[in-house]
Design a binder for this molecule. Sequence first.
Ligand code: PLP
Length: 406
Amino acid sequence: MTAPTRTSAGLIAAEEPVLAQNYHPLPVVVARAEGAWVEDVEGRRYLDMLAGYSALNFGHRHPVLIEAAHRQLDRLTLTSRAFHHDRLAEFAARLAALTGQDMVLPMNTGAEAVESGIKVARKWAYEVKGVPADRATIVVAADNFHGRTTTIVGFSTDETARSGFGPFTPGFRIVPYNDLAALRAAVDGTTAAVLIEPVQGEAGVVIPDDGYLAGVRELTRRAGCLFMADEIQSGLGRTGRTLAVEHESVVPDLVLLGKALGGGIVPVSAVVGRREVLGVLRPGEHGSTFGGNPLACAVGTAVIGLLETGEFQRRAAELGAVLRAGLAELTGKGVVGFRARGLWAGVDIDPALGTGREVGERLLREGILVKDTHGFTIRLAPPLTITAEELHNALGTLEKVLASTV
Ligand SMILES: Cc1ncc(COP(=O)(O)O)c(C=O)c1O
C-alpha cells in the first residue's frame, strides 16, 4: 500500500475506502491549531468559528489546559474507579461548587452523561417518587439533540438519526419545545424527569421564549418530577453565563455537562445534581472504566479554574453583543434571520444564495470554518478567546460571501 500524499486531496481520498462514512466533513485536513486558528496540511490558516461544537470554548491548546495535561501525563493517567486517586475529590468538589449543585457523577462523552442522567432519573422515580416498577417516563422536546446511542436516538425526532436503528427503548414522551402547555399535558404520576436543552444547539441555536425555563422549573417542582437540563453544548461559558439556565435564574435537579469540560483535550462529561437525586446510586449500579480518570480530572479541574475567574463568561457576553450587532447588519443582505445567545448563533441564509453547506464551503475558501445545520442554517460558535477584531473580520467575510453570486 502506498502512503497517501500529504495534501488535503490526497489524504481525503485515502480516508474514503477505510473510514466509515458517518460524517460529511468540509474538505479541509487540519494538521495543527492554536487559539482560534487552525492550519491545514498545506499550511493554510483558518479562523475556527465552530470550536468543536463548543468542545473548544477555550480555544485550541489553551496554555493553562495543556500544561495541566502535561503535568498529569508525567505522573498518573488511569487507575479505573477500582481505586481512589488524588485528582478526583478536588474535581468533583469544584465542579459542584461551580454549578451550584451537591454531587457529581463523572463520565466521558456527552451521550454517556445523558444515558447516566436517564438512569439516575428512573432510579429516583422508583425509589423516591414511588413510580411502579418499569413504568417511569421521561418527557423530552421535539427537535432535541442529546447524542447518538440507541436509547437517545430513539427519542429523537430527526429521521436521519433514527432510521434503521430500532427497536428503541420505551418510556419517552415527546412534546414541542418551548410549549409549557404541551409539557403540562404530558407530565403525570409516572414522570421521572423532563429532559431539555436550555438552548437547542443542533436544531439551529433555538432559544426558548423568556420564562420557558423558569416555567419548566415551576412545572416540574409542582408535578414532583425532576428537571434535567442538557447543558453539554450550552454550558460552561458559551451563552455568557456558566450555565444557560442562569439566564432565568433556574437551578435544575440534574445538569448534564460535557464538551468544554474536557478543554478540547480529552472527553470529560458529568452529571451534576442534588444529593437527594444523585444519591440514589450505590456501588456497582453504574460506572465507566474511564469516567473520572486522573487525566480527565486534571484537565477538567483546570477548565473549572478558567471558568471560576468569570473571564470567559464575560467575554462570551461582550463579544456576543458584537456578534448580534454584526448579524443584525447582515439581515436583509443574505441573512433572513438569526438567533443568538452569548457567543453562539444560528444564522438562516437566504435559500436563493445556496444551502448552509454551500455557504460553509465558500467560507472555507475564504479561511473561515463553520458548520451548517438543517439545510439553510449555519452555526457560529467561535472559541470564547476570539478577539473582537477576529470576530469583525469573520462577519466581514460572511458579508462578502453572501454578497458574491455563486
Ligand atoms: C446538547 C447535546 N447533548 C449531547 C450531545 C452528545 O455529546 P457527545 O457527542 O459527546 O456524545 C451533544 C453533542 O453535540 C449535544 O449538543
